[in-house]
Design a protein around this ligand. Structure first.
Ligand code: NAP
Ligand code: G4F
Length: 385
């Protein structure tokens, strides 16, 4: 018989990849989505099945992590074997402005899920994955960070997730639940939200190459992150719930990179060489030269002349805007994923170069579509199909 999974945050980056992964494995997948005034299901539209489909294996439910009764009812109706709690307000900077909401959703929301499973008598049936985060390490107490490194969160998001981490561990110890934390370091993809720094950069690289934008404004260019591909990380989530015993695992690549270097590599992917100079707010990234063959191959010959003119007049493509600086920053994250490597047999398939290639190339396609739709109307759409 097919296993049943319930995913909160199904409309997000990880929810979409995880749903696709579990469906391929033969699961029946239920997802909780929030009601929104516009469609918010773009990442999972390719999985949608209308309610009249026979033997439907992908089913969406309206819900919210702030609504206990709604969560309890959905868990009762779906009786999941595996519950992945991925729903959260996941933007660190935004959490400084919405701290109470984040405590409620990301922190107490996790408690609501655990308590519902306990109340419904599902503690022996339902295994729970909690989307924990490297933001718990914040002002890092050790380099690299492992499951044994003490936590020191630096944002309302990090603090809310700290509560979620400990309440998950507590329900495991107090009530014998199969509840595990995946302490995931940053993971990105072509469907990453546009305001996280990686996607903001790869999207801007595409728009600058296509003449749709002059420059990208960023905050702290010196912060370092351990970036992996979301496709690799959802495999780890699944593996964590397949273990006989619940536990907590660091999921990371073990490599850390500055934001500045991520930007440099992203431009480089399409043949644009950028050089950084200046300090703090005065720092800029300027186009130094272009590898024309690479640019033509990745972007298209028709866009080359424009960018060549630009280099002569205004070569600044990266600028600093201090309004993106965080009230308290996490300067360095680098994970030590040996436990996951050894116990789960998990290894990432993508390295940073592969991740950037995937993101930049996808954004070039998307932005071309946007540009042509804006300029030329519907008939040009075929050009991309
Ligand atoms: P994401 O793209 O921002 O997706 C978050 C999901 O949560 C969306 O589906 C969102 O719905 C939903 N959500 C937000 N508020 C909710 C609420 N009140 N009730 C129910 N659902 C709500 O995040 P992600 O990158 O996929 O990350 C998935 C999880 O892993 C999150 O918990 C995040 O904090 C955690 N995490 C992420 C990373 C990373 O690098 N990506 C690393 C460590 C941990 P809408 O679509 O309606 O907004
Ligand atoms: O891309 P970010 O916004 O991701 P951040 O803050 O590391 O959080 C992400 O990863 C966490 C795991 O460690 C998740 F738990 C969390 O949900 C989220 O997915 O920022 C990365 C770094 C920061 O140091 C930030 O200060 O990039 C720096 N940065 C520089 N300029 C910027 C910008 N960040 C954003 N979002 N936008 C900028 O313009």
């Amino acid at each position: 018989m097919s296993k049943v999974a319930l995913i909160t945050g199904i409309t997000g980056q990880d929810g979409a990849y995880l749903a696709e992964y579990l469906l391929k494995k033969g699961y029946i997948v239920h997802g909780i989505k929030r009601r929104s005034s516009l469609f918010n299901t773009e990442r999972i539209d390719h999985l949608y099945q209308d309610p009249h489909t026979e033997n439907r294996n992908f089913i969406l439910h309206y819900g919210d992590l702030t609504d206990s009764m709604n969560l309890t009812r959905i868990i009762q109706e779906t009786q999941p074997d595996e519950l992945y709690n991925l729903g959260a307000m996941s933007h660190v900077m935004v959490s400084f402005d919405t701290a109470e909401y984040v405590a409620n959703t990301d922190g107490v929301g996790t408690l609501r899920i655990l308590e519902a499973v306990k109340l419904l008598g599902l503690t022996q049936k339902t295994r729970i994955y909690q989307a924990s985060t490297s933001e718990l390490y914040g002002m890092v107490q050790e380099v690299p960070q492992s499951e044994k490194t003490p936590f020191y969160p630096r944002s309302p998001y990090g603090v809310a997730k700290l509560y979620a981490f400990w309440i998950t561990k507590n329900y495991r110890e107090a009530h014998g639940m199969h509840a595990s934390n995946g302490i995931l370091f940053n993971h990105e993809s072509p469907i990453r939200g546009e305001t996280f720094v990686t996607r903001k950069i790869t999207r801007a690289v595409a728009r600058i190459a296509l003449g749709m934008q002059d420059a990208v404004f960023l905050g702290n260019l010196s912060a370092r992150r351990d970036w992996g591909h979301a496709k690799d990380y959802v495999r780890a989530m699944h593996l964590i719930l397949q273990q006989d015993e619940p536990d907590d695992y660091v999921i990371a690549t073990g490599v850390t990179t500055e934001i500045r270097k991520f930007a440099w590599k992203s431009f480089r992917e399409i043949g644009i060489n950028v050089e950084f100079s200046g300090e703090a707010e005065k720092e800029t990234g300027k186009i130094r030269d272009i590898d024309e063959k690479n640019f033509i191959e990745k972007v298209g010959e028709e866009f080359l002349d424009d960018i060549k003119v630009r280099i002569k007049t205004n070569p600044d493509v990266v600028k600093v805007d201090p309004s993106y600086y965080r009230p308290s920053e996490v300067d360095l994250l680098i994970g030590y994923p040996t436990k996951a490597n050894q116990k789960l047999g998990w290894k990432p398939e993508y390295d940073l170069t592969g991740l950037i290639k995937d993101m930049v190339n996808s954004d070039i396609k998307l932005m071309k579509r946007e540009r042509y739709l804006k300029d030329g109307g519907w008939e040009t759409l075929n050009y991309f199909e």
